[in-house]
Design a protein. Structure first.
Lengths: 242, 304
């Protein structure tokens, strides 16, 4: 459903993404992995319309997104769960969720979705009327995902969901992302933690220096030298028992 | 006792004007980090719109002679349209510019609008007789409360309550608050930047129009720079209230009004003409004590 073709993104004269092509099929979880500065988040933010590409094409289900403003991308059914969560701390939990539905035309369905989200996330329902800034980090991450769900996206982009979260909260967030996939959602996730990725993803793209080094199905790549080679640039020594 | 009450009412009425102006300024600062000097011209043009355009020394009422409801509606409409037009023509092309550029843009706009007034109406102040019936006071015992002060306070309370309800209850209000906190994230959720900013300008214009009418009724005089002192005080109010907080802007406005009236009363006669100097001195003291203002906003994030 998502196709990114030969994407190049520059910050001034510096190319952060040099040439990235990738596809995500409906109902897949695809992860972009790679070391710091590989261009993972830049790729994701460019798909979301937050950054403008220098070259290349982005399309969802044939709709061309290249160069559209982020608000227009959002209205075409692509929703970002950003790094650092970026919930609106002075707005209530309810307002955070309602805000995400305002761009929808199907108001009745949007109201139903809000009611469903409230039932689905008791942690959020308990704090529905209080400012979202008072939630814990893990709760804020759940809210950020719920907020993206409230837009009823075709494609959800998730940037570094585990960053700055306690391990048990990371488990919670990934359990939720898997649940979403089971419900038919398509997800493109940027993650640094390779072990997490191997648990959750169907396919991965390994980025280094703004290029795709390796791509493939997790089932085939798991434990292979090629994966480590692409990710680290070298192969970890294996112990005797390995 | 009577004197204290009398002064208190004066202070609240003056503070009301400052608070309304500060809210108009603070709204745009919150949403787009714009320090809008042209807000002064919104107020000025609202007042001038009441009279027939001419360079005559004596003003002839145009809209100003209408029934008060029609007059208010017309002035509000004129200033709102003006505010939205300045957004479209001047600030929309500058939207991605940094706050310093926006500030310079607002200076340029303010001067351009001021010279339009000079060309059309001449620079001399003109007496404008609106709301003269409002100068008659209510008499409660020894207390003399000008009707205009009561009206000013009532209008201010009504507008603040309406604005609060709008921001809290309506979809556009929630979008404005979200945009003020993190505009980029709001857009990532499909919030239209154009619409949110246009609505913020329209609201700012509405508040400016209210200030125009109330201030003009108070002074009975139009002049090309009449809005400027109010807006300068409003900037002070938003700074001491805490930049980016609307509650802070309103609190700051009332505080400055209150302090001004107190100074007016307690300063010895020969120092009274320097009242505003003392107000600014207090502002410096407040900022030394609380550099982020009375009401602190967590983080002022980048816009758009």
């Amino acid at each position: 459903m998502l196709t990114v073709d030969d994407l190049e993104v520059r910050y001034g004269r510096l190319a952060a993404v040099r040439s990235v092509s990738l596809t995500v099929a409906r109902g897949e979880i695809v992860c972009i992995v790679g070391p710091n500065g590989a261009g993972k988040s830049t790729t994701l933010l460019t798909i979301a319309g937050e950054l403008a590409p220098y070259r290349g094409d982005i399309a969802v289900d044939g709709d061309r997104l290249t160069g559209l403003a982020s608000e227009a991308v959002a209205r075409r059914g692509v929703s970002l769960v950003p790094e650092g969560r970026r919930i609106f701390g002075t707005l209530t939990v309810e307002e955070n969720l309602r805000l995400a539905t305002f761009q929808r035309r199907d108001r009745a369905a949007a109201a139903r979705d809000l009611a469903d989200l409230r039932l689905r996330f008791p942690i959020l329902a308990e704090r529905y009327g209080s400012p979202a800034g008072r939630l814990s980090g893990g709760e804020q991450q759940i809210l950020a995902v719920a907020r993206a769900m409230a837009t009823r996206p075709r494609l959800m982009l998730v940037d570094e969901p585990s960053l700055g979260l306690a391990p048990q909260n990371v488990d919670l967030v990934y359990a939720l992302l898997r649940e979403l996939r089971a419900g038919g959602m398509t997800l493109l996730i940027v993650e640094q933690n390779l072990d997490r990725v191997l648990e959750v993803a169907d396919r991965i793209y390994v980025l280094r220096d703004g290029r795709v080094q390796l791509t493939g199905f997790v089932a085939e790549l798991r434990g292979s030298d090629a994966l480590e080679q692409a990710y680290f640039g070298f192969t970890r020594k294996r112990g005797n028992g390995a | 006792m009577t004197l204290i009450l009398q002064n208190l009412i004066d202070a609240i009425a003056l503070g009301s004007l400052y608070a309304l102006t500060a809210l108009g300024v603070g709204l745009l600062f919150g949403v787009m980090r714009l320090i809008n000097f042209a807000h002064a011209n919104f107020i000025t043009i609202g007042a001038y719109s009441l009279i027939v355009p001419s360079t005559n020394a004596i003003a002839t009422l145009a809209i100003g002679s209408w029934h008060w409801a029609a007059m208010t509606t017309a002035v509000v409409a004129i200033v709102m349209v003006l505010a939205v037009a300045t957004e479209l023509i001047v600030f929309r092309p500058l939207r991605r510019a940094d706050p310093a550029t926006l500030l310079v843009g607002s200076f340029a706009l303010a001067y351009a609008l001021q010279y339009v007034i000079l060309l059309v109406y001449d620079g001399r102040p003109k007496a404008v007789d609106i709301g003269s019936s409002l100068t008659e006071p209510f008499l409660i015992g020894a207390l003399r409360i000008p009707r205009l002060e009561v009206l000013t306070i009532a209008v201010t309370v009504a507008l603040i309550v309406a604005l609060a309800l709008f921001l809290k209850r309506t979809r556009y209000g929630i979008q404005i608050r979200a945009a003020a906190e993190d505009f980029r994230m709001a857009r990532l959720l499909g919030v239209s930047a154009d619409r949110v900013i246009a609505i913020a300008f329209a609201l700012s214009g509405l508040l400016a129009a209210a200030v125009s009418l109330l201030f003009l009724s108070r002074t009975g005089m139009v002049a090309p720079r009449m809005g400027l002192p109010l807006v300068l005080i409003a900037f002070v109010a938003t700074v001491i209230g805490g930049m980016g907080s609307l509650v802070g802007a309103a609190v700051g406005g009332f505080t400055v009004g209150f302090v001004s009236v107190v100074l007016q009363v307690i300063l010895p006669l020969e120092l009274r003409q320097f009242r505003d100097g003392f107000v600014y001195l207090l502002v410096i003291a407040v900022l030394l004590w609380r550099p982020a203002g009375l009401i602190q906003v967590r983080a002022i994030k980048e816009r758009v």
